[in-house]
Design a protein around this ligand. Sequence first.
Ligand SMILES: NC(=O)c1ccc[n+]([C@@H]2O[C@H](COP(=O)([O-])OP(=O)(O)OC[C@H]3O[C@@H](n4cnc5c(N)ncnc54)[C@H](O)[C@@H]3O)[C@@H](O)[C@H]2O)c1
Length: 256
Amino acid sequence: MVAKKETREVVVVTGGNGLIGKNFLSAIASSGRVAIGCDLDEISHKDLQSQTDSGEIASVVMNIVEPESVNAAIAEIHQRYGRIDALVNAAYPRNSSFGDAFFDVDFHSFCDNVNLQLGGYFLTSQKFSKYFVEQGRGVLVNLASIYGCVAPRFELYEGTAMGMPVEYPLVKSAIIQLTQYLAVTLKGTGVRANCISPGGILDGQDHNFLERYKSCCSSKGMLNPEDLNSTLLYLLAEESRYVNGQNIIVDDGFVL
Ligand SMILES: NC(=O)c1ccc[n+]([C@@H]2O[C@H](COP(=O)([O-])OP(=O)(O)OC[C@H]3O[C@@H](n4cnc5c(N)ncnc54)[C@H](O)[C@@H]3O)[C@@H](O)[C@H]2O)c1
């Protein structure tokens, strides 16, 4: 039973407790939409304003690698709002071995990380797009990365605890392909799928790394999560209705 028909657009963000996800929830709510943060735990509202002038932030627990959990979340959101307008895939599941040096990566751990990250994006895309097709409209936005577009630049990480795990570029390039696959599969249904590939996001990284990274860019270097918002809002909006299957790189020129 549907409680009420929501008049505002309802946008689901997986990984809503994360660095990028949390920022997206604020941007979506500030644009007058209902932003639903879906994560392994309830979205922590302490640094988020749950009610803006016209929008709202809400929370639904969802594990993106559990089919029953994804089904239950869709059912709960539909029951609460009677509509879902968009899915933004911004979760980042990985196991405790993620980040091991290439020659130390255990095969089973490798498969696990690929299944978690790529499998999770596949699962939510599949389940939500089925809902969207039945509804006759919907928007999918997947978060990929610059490292889905260019070879790793290992020299940037030298002398730091950071690195570029082998699974990451493989998953991210596959997410760009998944997005194209979705766009083609969903042609003519009123549902479209696009990708954002961000550059690195500032999060207290090593100073030397930041300087080296910046030397690859046009002006700022690593970005703030907010620097992705206008691209996300564009892809969610009617103005981008003819943009489909695309990967928009937001990286201050890093890949050039
Ligand atoms: N941070 C960056 O520099 C950067 C750069 C480019 C692309 N990205 C991409 O952006 C996305 C978000 O990255 P982030 O930095 O915000 O990550 P993050 O680690 O800060 O947040 C990820 C969130 O995903 C949640 N999550 C993990 N497993 C989950 C599961 N099974 N089901 C539901 N939620 C789960 C976590 O609880 C966490 O809240 C990822 O796809 C990442 O690859 C990040």
